[in-house]
Design a protein around this ligand. Sequence first.
Ligand SMILES: CC(C)(COP(=O)(O)OP(=O)(O)OC[C@H]1O[C@@H](n2cnc3c(N)ncnc32)[C@H](O)[C@@H]1OP(=O)(O)O)[C@@H](O)C(=O)NCCC(=O)NCCS
Length: 142
Amino acid sequence: MQFFKLTKFTCSELLQKLILADKETPGESWNEVHFLTDLPGKWDFSVYSLNDQSELVAFLICSLKKRNYLHIHRFVVIQKFRRKGIGSCMLNYIKDVSRKNGVSTIGLKVYKHNQTAITFYIRNGFRMGEVINDNIMMTFNF
Ligand SMILES: CC(C)(COP(=O)(O)OP(=O)(O)OC[C@H]1O[C@@H](n2cnc3c(N)ncnc32)[C@H](O)[C@@H]1OP(=O)(O)O)[C@@H](O)C(=O)NCCC(=O)NCCS
């Protein structure tokens, strides 16, 4: 599986596909402005993946909240490609890039009823943290 850096240019090119896919995520979803807003490290760490037919398979958008803390904002594997290990593979890739760039913690918030994602993150070494409104904070420490 090959991952490509999500630059602001590719993000704007893929925008409608990203928005559509993001609506599959339980809980809040992002609009065009959210996707295109510049954040520290966003265009360095975020990734996406296409298959051989150039279909969008998955994407992960993140940014640096602190020099050593990477926050995952959006993470979606397109429905028909789920349960094939692609999510874990993309997460491992992000872990690898993070570690090499001095990140010590990866964090995210997940909608409390999104059991699939919670199970997925626990399987991938994340720990559950505090519950804020409808979201559970989860972190992975190197
Ligand atoms: C969460 C998500 C990214 C996982 O991607 P994926 O490619 O399906 O994950 P993997 O195939 O690597 O799954 C790894 C493990 O996660 C768990 N998992 C994944 N989907 C699951 C499901 N539907 N039910 C229960 N466990 C699940 C399993 O433990 C699975 O291992 P297994 O297949 O050996 O049982 C994907 O389900 C998704 O895009 N969901 C919608 C968007 C979303 O909720 N994103 C997270 C927002 S914070």
